[in-house]
Structure formats: structure tokens, C-alpha cells
Design a protein. Structure first.
Length: 330
């Protein structure tokens, strides 16, 4: 396999980034380089990276920028990377020593393969989270064996990702030319950016799953916090609208078009439901956004407005908003 660059986006990751980088240093197959993008951290993330970089057996570049979000941070690292393959590692995750070696020992057959991934397990520092496979079950359901512990995820990876991405970025390595063809991560999709990128990539390239557990996904308070459902709905609608454009529709087969259309409708319903539990302003904005596509108008049901009126009468809208603000300040 050709050279591999590792991109690590980090935001206020002083508690974890050192362990993440040490797991890269411990790789039996060393990468060409590591690029850490400090996305506007206000803690000691940068100093920890600088301290570790002096002892690394490969170049470790620290890129510092104002906070622009995870997709923009990944893109910033990719722009500075020199490798033919880009491996992603989130600052709170870790790799087993054989992670990169797994791909090197069994490289893909040709350039139609744009993404390779392995299995992962979840863990927590307080040992309350049981280790369990994160990718294997769904990958084996849609995959076709093409070698020892290797599965081509085929066309079904697109439909399998529409309603939620099951491949953590820390498990993946992406061919640089493939990522460049689809434009890498959309900075406008700040929630669900990995799903957006993988869907676009799946329309042009094949994915391979290696049935080997090489990645640890850390579970902690920050990544368990609930992201605002209304904001999430807006980002995901932007993602689905992009997929409805002619650029991507012409790359889809009939089954993919139908699945994408259905997922879009379901997302609009979920968005309206979340907005109806938030505020009148959010609900009116949701109706305006949802009504921009003719085939989505069937999702505009008056029950969402009636739900808002009922919850407001019961005093639950205000209480819900107050609880959310209190949680954010805690």
C-alpha cells in the first residue's frame, strides 16, 4: 500500500489526545505523518500535541485554527497531508498496534475501492461500558466475502448508511484521489458529516470491511451529550437535499433513488417533530424549510402544530427549553 497520512481533529481534547497519538506511535506499520488540527481549543490540547511530537518516529504537524467544526477541521488536515491514503482518528479514540498493518497486509485489488475499514469496540475509562463490536454485525449483513476476513460492502452500503452511519471515521482509511473526487467533508454539515461524506463516496467507489477489531471508541460524557434535535434536523436536511441534486441522482440506481427519497421524507417528519417540541419559531422555520421540495409536502401534517399547542398549554415547551439550557451550562 502507498503512503498513509493520519488526520486527527481535536477540540478541547487534553484528556484524550495524548493517548490517541501514542496509539499511532505504537503502530507496527508507521504512517508517513500525522496532522493534528486544533479546532480552536481553549485547553492544553496544543501543548500536549507539541510535547508528544518531539518523540514521534514520524513528523507530527500541529495545525491551529479558530473553531470551525469537525468537517472543516478534517478538511484542514487533509489539505496538508501528503499521503496517498488518509486515515482518520478522532482525538478521543485509540488504535490497536495492528490497525494500519491490517490494510497494508491485504491491500485492495484496484482503484475502484475508495474506503477500507475495520471493526471497533467501545470502552469507557470508568469501565462501565461493556466492550462490544461496533461495525461487524451490519457489515457482514450487507457484505460479500472477497478474501480472508475481507468483505466488499457493495451497492447496499449506500442504503445501509442512509438512516445512520455505522462506520466510525476512526475505523476508516480513504484513498486520497477518491476523497478529492467527491469533495471530502461538507463544512455546512456539522452534524452527521461522516454519513454525508460516506454516502457520496459510496456512489462512486466500493468499500471493503476487514473483519478485524483494531479500534477503540471511547464513550465519555461529552460524546454522549444530546445534540439539539432541531439543529441536527437542519443539517441532515441539507445533506439529503444535496443528494437530491442532479449531480448525485444520476449516479444512483433506481433502488438507491427510492431509498433516498424515503429517507428524506422520514427525516423531514423527524425534524418537524423535534421542532414542535422546541418553540414556535423553530416550528415555523421547520415548516418553511420542509415545504421547499414538492414531494415532501405530504410530511407537512397539522399534528405537529397541534402538538406544539398542547405542550405549550401544559407548560412543557418552556420546561423543556429550560432543562436544555441548564444542561448546556452544567
Amino acid at each position: 500500500m502507498e503512503s498513509v497520512s493520519v488526520v486527527v481533529p481535536a477540540f478541547n481534547a487534553e484528556a484524550f489526545v495524548g493517548e490517541a497519538l501514542q496509539s499511532v506511535i505504537a503502530q507496527t506499520h508507521k504512517p508517513l505523518e500525522v496532522i493534528v488540527v486544533d479546532d480552536g481549543s481553549t485547553d492544553n490540547t496544543a501543548s500536549i500535541v507539541q510535547a508528544i511530537s518531539s518523540d514521534a518516529p514520524f513528523p507530527v504537524t500541529l495545525v491551529r485554527q479558530s473553531n470551525k467544526g469537525l468537517p472543516a477541521a478534517r478538511n484542514a488536515g487533509i489539505r496538508r497531508a501528503k499521503g496517498k491514503w488518509i486515515a482518520f482518528l478522532d482525538a478521543d479514540d485509540v488504535w490497536k498496534p495492528n490497525h494500519l498493518l491490517t490494510f497494508v497486509q491485504h491491500p485492495p485489488g484496484d482503484e475502484t475501492y475508495g474506503l477500507l475499514c475495520t471493526d471497533a469496540y467501545t470502552f469507557s475509562d470508568d469501565a462501565t461500558t461493556q466492550k462490544k463490536p461496533a461495525v461487524r454485525a451490519r457489515a457482514l449483513t450487507i457484505g460479500r466475502a472477497i478474501g480472508e476476513n475481507q468483505y466488499d460492502l457493495g451497492e447496499r452500503i449506500f442504503e445501509g448508511t442512509l438512516n445512520g452511519n455505522f462506520i466510525p471515521p476512526s475505523c476508516t482509511i480513504v484513498r486520497r484521489s477518491a476523497g478529492e473526487k467527491v469533495g471530502w467533508f461538507d463544512p455546512l454539515v456539522r452534524i452527521g458529516e461522516d454519513r454525508d461524506f460516506f454516502l457520496k463516496l459510496a456512489l462512486c467507489y466500493r468499500f471493503v470491511f476487514y473483519d478485524v477489531e483494531t479500534v477503540g471508541l471511547r464513550i465519555h460524557a461529552d460524546n454522549l451529550s444530546t445534540r439539539p434535535a432541531v439543529a441536527r434536523g437542519q443539517y441532515l436536511l441539507h445533506m439529503f437535499r444535496t443528494l437530491q441534486s442532479e449531480t448525485y441522482q444520476k449516479k444512483m440506481i433506481s433502488a438507491q433513488k427510492a431509498a433516498c427519497k424515503l429517507a428524506y421524507r422520514q427525516q423531514i417528519k423527524a425534524y418537524l417533530y423535534a421542532a414542535s417540541r422546541d418553540s414556535l419559531k423553530a416550528l415555523l422555520q421547520a415548516y418553511k424549510i420542509a415545504n421547499q421540495r414538492p414531494f415532501c409536502r405530504q410530511a407537512l401534517n397539522p399534528r405537529h402544530f397541534l402538538r406544539f399547542i398542547a405542550l405549550r398549554a401544559l407548560g412543557r415547551i418552556g420546561n423543556h427549553t429550560a432543562r436544555r439550557k441548564a444542561k448546556a451550562q452544567a
